[in-house]
Design a protein around this ligand. Structure first.
Ligand SMILES: C[C@H](O)CC(=O)C(=O)O
Ligand code: MN
Length: 341
């Protein structure tokens, strides 16, 4: 029997950008892109962690303008498709045009799970420019399977080539993934992808659950480099999928070498599940909030966990990064009042 093909989408140079505070240099982007291209990934995604246009006071400035990183990566890629991520409103149609001119062939248009409608024009415009366009639904633990189907159909009707379900908070357990992907599989006519975060230590298990329910595009990053506790670790993902009899097209030893020799030396901290990243997963908080939370905790002398619990209680979503400081400020005020009473 022919093996089922699983397309590996590498997002080390995009989600991994969160984990290095958007400090990738052109040389690092070139080396990583070259390595990934050689090992056989299908799509190499590169952007600021919050997508093109993300370099800002709200999300953190990139050390090197991302268009320079895109141009550098472009020169090193011969086989894979070069992709970017775009959050409507953070990135604009003009940013997308520039990324296209610089060689991007794929755009994943990312919206909160209930807001696919704000991405319709971006999907349509990308298709008009000859790009592969993907509808990327974030924070899918917050949406029922039915809501996800409804939102995926909005993207499908706009011309999206596939739908990506993102467990942005790393909050899902395999049954949550199975429920969502299986209904989606029955309800839409385009391929399905899955993007995991490892905050509960389930990124690989959840990715496998997604594949078993019919997802054929799976995200990974070298060494798991990504927001929060990181993403599904690409070299592990490829090895496990191989063991399970899927065809990823990935050179497993090559993937180990790219992770060990190129990505690990530039990591600023080990990609572990510490208290704060576990808390992201447990409380269902957007993984990209982690480093913002550390900074706010330091400024207001708080335990990051207390801030994350409150962010989870308030059901904060991507784009509300500025509220982290507000939450920390109000927790610090409360702490002061309690101490004086
Ligand atoms: C902009 C976000 O970081 C997209 C993503 O990777 C996620 O939702 O997870
Ligand atoms: Mn992510």
């Amino acid at each position: 029997m022919e093996k089922q093909k699983i397309n590996i989408v590498d997002t080390t140079l995009r989600d991994g950008s969160h984990a290095v505070s958007h400090s990738f240099t052109t040389k690092e982007a070139e080396d990583i892109a070259e390595g990934l291209d050689k090992i056989g990934v299908s799509i190499i995604e590169i952007s600021h962690g919050d997508g093109i246009g993300g370099s800002s006071i709200n999300y953190g400035f990139s050390k090197v303008p991302e268009m320079e990183l895109i141009k550098g990566a472009r020169k090193k890629i011969n086989n894979a498709k070069l992709g970017v991520l775009l959050l409507p409103g953070v990135g604009t149609i003009e940013d997308l045009e520039e990324a296209r001119r610089n060689g991007a062939e794929v755009v994943r248009v990312a919206t909160h799970v209930s807001e696919a409608d704000i991405g319709i024009q971006h999907i349509k415009y990308a298709k008009k420019m000859g790009m592969k366009a993907v509808g990327f639904l974030m924070m899918c633990h917050m949406g029922s399977s039915e809501l996800i189907v409804e939102q995926a159909k909005i993207f499908e009707d706009s011309g999206a080539d596939y739908i990506n379900v993102a467990d942005s908070a790393g909050h899902m357990v395999p049954d949550d993934v199975r429920e969502r992907i299986s209904l989606l599989k029955k309800s839409i006519n385009i391929p399905i992808g899955f993007h995991a975060h490892n905050n509960l230590g389930l990124a690989i298990a959840n990715s496998i659950a997604a594949v078993e329910e019919g997802a054929t595009y799976i995200d990974g990053t070298c060494r798991g480099l990504g927001a929060g506790a990181g993403n599904a670790q690409l070299e592990v993902l490829a090895a496990v999928l191989n063991r399970l009899g899927y065809d990823t097209g990935i050179d497993i030893y090559g993937a180990m070498d790219v992770a060990e020799d190129i990505v690990e030396p530039i990591m600023q901290r080990p990609q572990v599940i510490n208290t704060a990243s576990l808390m992201l997963g447990y409380a269902g908080v957007y993984s990209s909030f982690l480093l913002h939370t550390y900074r706010a905790a330091e400024k207001f002398k708080l335990n990051p966990r207390d801030i994350l619990v409150e962010l989870g209680r308030r059901k904060m979503v991507g784009g509300q990064e500025d509220m982290i400081v507000d939450v920390a400020f109000s927790l610090a005020q409360k702490k002061k009042e309690t101490a004086h009473s």
